[in-house]
Design a protein around this ligand. Structure first.
Ligand code: NAD
Ligand code: UDX
Length: 463
């Protein structure tokens, strides 16, 4: 089957970059990314391509090349569905905040709405692709909706989970370790899989295009995120033991990471993992295991989350205890708010939790982040905690230069590993601070010896 028109529902961190790269690599295919969020679509269409709503290195160049040629952003969801032979569903699947499974299960309402909309609009056969991360066996529910509320046309459902990491999305999309495609093992299913394989094969070697059954593909996505997050919680657990024993967590990570069976990646101790995926997907996995009555499986994965919460909390507790057991009225500078470098995404960032703990202790927080806007920081705090919103605005100030953030501060907390932090004039920062001057490096990125030589009391994770 020759695909000429692709529609993607959801113009977020996954839909936007993924479709931009498909459009760049397949100039003969019209790719339309649709969203109900009019502001987001307007930003994707902004004349100045630097104003697109997602910051990712290299993304604006890809968008600049394809936008208006064969890449389009629109709020006209129905038209795009109608025209497409292949529809990616890339809507958000956040943790449920209500009802059964509250705080654990993935909220599938946006998926169901998309499926119902496709069913009501479609007048010709279509391939529907689950790009969102979904609980295993969701394709069954989508098929049920499509087959029972559609216009009698045929739908093939594929699972094609996305493995990109934010901050390196374009690089990951151009050169992925693998692309996973799950399809029904029938003649029609295989044809649909082949149609998607043909698209990716334009720029990805065929041996990296893995095909499986639908359920394996759906479950592999949750499994991959659980394994990655588990490595971080494992090294973070060791970081606490290192602090007690004078072992150095970076040295331990290097020592174990050179075992080829373990490997060196994802062993960086930190103030805790953030991002929209790890916590949400593990909670979902726990919920699924519980729903099948697999309590030991659920308990096993829950420890990854428990450890991550503990790591964030002990970081803020360490700040309070080190500052003579009180931070009330003291200025604490935060360098970084994003959940990792090279992104403006703040979802589940450790910074939000650390700030929240310190606001409870009545600290005055001043934040500098190179990419995150102040409205986003306040929205993050308001979402996390039901305290009076005015308190968040009184106790947290946002500035746009690091030196004024640190001026007169008692302590600095490094919450994101932005490279620029390493290049600051740390002597100048020290000179402007209250003494003793403390640095709490939640990312282990600064030079301990250099900072101590300047006069800082330097604390980092796992040392
Ligand atoms: P996002 O919130 O950035 O984007 C989702 C978009 O879908 C939003 O703009 C929303 O307005 C839109 N939307 C929701 N319902 C809609 C509807 N009915 N019609 C049209 N638009 C609709 O989310 P995201 O980070 O792009 O994640 C999307 C999915 O991909 C999630 O399932 C997530 O778990 C998964 N995922 C995310 C990442 C990541 O790094 N962010 C990586 C891999 C997988
Ligand atoms: C993750 C997965 O890596 C990606 O494959 C999936 O598609 C989406 O979820 P993402 O959350 O964007 O990607 O970023 P990632 O690089 O995985 O980092 C997640 C969090 O873990 C960040 O807060 C990061 O700082 C932290 N981290 C990562 C560590 O604390 N230590 C590490 O060694 C690696």
């Amino acid at each position: 089957m020759k695909i000429k028109n692709i529609c993607c529902i959801g113009a977020g961190y996954v839909g936007g970059p993924t479709m931009a790269v498909i459009a760049q690599k397949c100039p003969d295919i019209k790719v339309t990314v649709v969203d109900i969020n009019t502001d987001r679509i307007a930003a994707w269409n902004d004349e100045n391509v630097e104003n697109i709503p997602i910051y990712e290195p290299g993304l604006s160049d890809v968008v600049a090349e394809a936008r208006g040629r064969n890449l389009f952003f629109s709020t006209n969801v129905e038209k795009a569905i109608d025209e497409a032979e292949m529809i990616f569903i890339s809507v958000n699947t956040p943790t449920k905040t209500y009802g059964i499974g509250k705080g654990m299960a993935a909220d599938l309402k946006y998926i169901e709405l998309s499926a119902r909309q496709i069913a009501s609009v479609a007048k010709s056969d279509k391939i529907i692709i689950e790009k969102s991360t979904l609980p295993v066996r969701t394709a069954e529910a989508i098929k049920n909706i499509l087959d029972n509320s559609g216009n009698g046309v045929n739908f093939q459902i594929l699972s094609n989970p996305e493995f990109l990491a934010e901050g390196t999305a374009v690089e990951n999309l151009l050169n992925p370790d693998r692309v996973l495609i799950g399809g029904e093992q029938t003649e029609e299913g295989e044809k649909a899989v082949q149609a998607l394989v043909n698209i990716y094969a334009r720029w990805i070697p065929e041996d990296r295009l893995l095909t499986t059954n639908v359920w394996s593909s759906e479950l592999s996505k949750l499994t991959a995120n659980a394994f990655l997050a588990q490595r971080i919680s494992s090294i973070n657990a060791m970081s606490e033991l290192c602090e007690m024993t004078e072992a150095d967590v970076d040295e331990v990570a290097r020592a174990i990471g050179s075992d080829s069976r373990i490997g060196p990646k994802f062993l960086k101790a930190s103030v805790g993992f953030g991002g929209s995926c790890f916590q949400k997907d593990i909670l979902n996995l726990i919920y699924i295991a519980q729903s099948y009555g697999l309590q030991e499986v659920a308990d096993y994965w829950e420890q990854v989350i428990i450890m991550n919460n503990h790591q964030r909390n002990r970081f803020s507790r360490n700040i309070v205890q080190t500052l003579f057991n009180t931070v009330s009225g003291k200025k604490i500078a935060f360098l970084g708010w994003a959940f990792k470098k090279e992104t403006n995404d703040t979802r589940e960032s450790a910074a939000i939790y650390v700030a929240d703990n310190l606001i409870d202790e009545q600290a005055d927080i001043v934040v500098y982040d190179p990419k995150v806007k102040s409205e986003q920081m306040y929205a993050d705090l308001d979402y996390l905690n039901s305290r009076d919103e005015n308190i968040n605005r009184e106790k947290l100030t946002v500035v746009n230069d690091p030196y004024s953030a640190c001026k007169d501060a008692h302590a600095i907390a490094i919450l994101t590993e932005w490279d620029e932090f390493k290049d600051y004039d740390w002597q100048r920062i020290y000179d402007g601070m209250m003494k003793p001057a403390f640095v709490f490096d939640g990312r282990n990125i600064l030079d301990k010896e250099k900072l101590e030589e300047i006069g800082f009391d330097y604390y980092c994770i796992g040392k």
